[in-house]
Design a binder for this molecule. Structure first.
Ligand code: HEM
Length: 399
């Protein structure tokens, strides 16, 4: 395996069309036909299709309408109780958001029932995520993969099939003129149903694609929220007078979030396999069949690009043209993250009409304004179930 640790080589590798995805080889059958695992024309066709949904107007709708309502609903209870744990709060917010994007309905229920249904979905997503990225897992890998299979079957029966039936009925109504286009849900499942004939998508592929979104969207995003809050808390410890600015200045808070994303990429290593003999722009030869590890964490700390203090948290750092403040944390080129604008927003300079802050900075702002600070009686601890650097618990108090 060849490991790329410089920013330039990593970015080049992300753009190569003669490199195919290799991160999910161990969990392949769960990820068969899923966008992030496709290559070449098949990938381009799927991406083109899903881009119909992932447009700036959809992102703006999420940011202005849907995300604030989800955050308010999740935070209301913990704020009233005066305490909560950042990790489950982030998971709940980001899972709700991601299942919305995927097109998975939470069956209507009330009170405790609705909570139980949600917890069940989150548990299934957790198991799927673990099985699909089994390369990073500690413990018995085969057992994790088998468990992922069971989770997918349960997800299909309990969530996917009812969501599919509801959308099929809506699409039929549209076809006979009983429904307007604007009344259809704006989600991946609806987009796939309407185009499945054209792309020859079989039902199992649609199931796996729809199951992929909630876990990819919620896991990475919730981990980012906890990392960002940690950096904000550390910063406030040394600069308490900055609290008000971080509570109310979206652009400033977004810079903190992006800098945190650079230091703690949710996918610290991307894997690719060369489909033919090739060479990187740097001149490095890569033989056909070779696996290439793109060390995003190292590339994001490349001193040539991010300066001598690349390892430090500095949201005010100066960046060269074309270098994103989050480094390569959303990938780059061919498979670049489709949910990037939902999670991280856009940089103010790239805004055409509206600046988008992104779900992570929005939630950080809501928590700071509610007085969030680390719980002095219950210190945060790291997650020991993975080789990735993640927080396992992060208790906070509000008020
Ligand atoms: C902070 C949060 C997020 C981070 C750091 C992140 C990171 C990434 C990265 C690094 C990739 C590229 C993988 C590769 O090249 O092998 C990726 C792809 C992807 N992400 Fe995200 N992601 C985030 C949130 C989301 C959300 C919220 C969604 C959707 C709801 C999403 C949907 C996708 C999809 C569909 C792809 C595959 C695109 C393709 O293969 O063409 N992500 N993401």
């Amino acid at each position: 395996m060849i490991t790329l640790t410089t920013y330039q080589e990593a970015r080049d590798a992300f753009r190569r069309r003669d490199f195919r995805q290799a991160l999910y080889d161990d969990g392949h059958h769960l990820m068969r036909g899923v966008i992030v695992n496709l290559h070449g024309d098949e990938h381009i066709a799927r991406r083109r299709l899903e881009n119909r949904l992932f447009r700036r107007d959809t992102f703006t709708w999420y940011e202005r309408d849907r995300i604030p309502r989800i955050i308010d609903a999740v935070l209301a209870g913990p704020i009233a109780a005066g305490r909560g744990d950042l990790l489950p709060l982030a998971r709940r917010t980001m899972t709700t958001l991601s299942i919305d994007v995927a097109g998975v309905d939470i069956p209507a229920g009330s009170g405790v029932d609705a909570q139980q249904v949600f917890d069940r979905l989150a548990e299934l997503m957790e198991r799927l995520a673990r099985a699909s990225t089994v390369a990073h897992a500690t413990g018995d890998k085969q057992q994790i993969i088998d468990d992922g299979d069971m989770a997918l079957r349960a997800f299909s029966t309990e969530f996917f099939e009812p969501s599919l039936a509801r959308r099929m009925a809506l699409v039929e109504k549209l076809e006979v003129g009983e429904l307007e286009e604007a009344e259809l849900p704006r989600d991946v499942l609806t987009t796939l149903i309407r185009n499945s004939d054209r792309l020859e998508l079989d039902p199992e592929t649609v199931l796996r694609e729809v199951a992929y979104f909630p876990w990819v969207g919620s896991h990475s995003t919730s981990a980012q929220l906890v990392h960002a809050m940690h950096h904000i808390f550390v910063h406030l410890e040394h600069n308490p007078a900055h609290r008000s600015a971080l509570e109310h200045d979206d652009t400033l808070r977004q810079r903190f979030v992006h800098e945190s994303m650079r230091l703690h990429p949710a996918s610290p290593v991307a894997l690719r396999r060369a489909t033919e003999d090739t060479a990187l722009k740097s001149g490095r030869a890569i033989p056909a069949g070779e696996t290439v590890a793109i060390d995003v964490e190292a590339a994001n700390r490349d001193r040539e690009v991010f300066g001598h203090h690349a390892d430090a948290f500095d949201p005010e750092r100066t960046l060269a043209d074309g270098v994103a403040p989050w480094g390569l944390s959303f990938g780059y080129g061919t498979h670049a993250c489709l949910g990037q604008e939902i999670a991280g927003g856009i940089e103010p300079a790239d805004a055409i009409q509206h600046h988008l802050v992104g779900a992570v900075a929005l939630m950080a702002g809501a928590m700071l304004r509610a007085g969030a600070r680390p719980d002095p009686s219950d210190p945060a601890i790291n997650d020991t179930n993975t080789t990735r650097k993640m927080w396992g618990r992060y208790p906070v108090v509000f008020g």
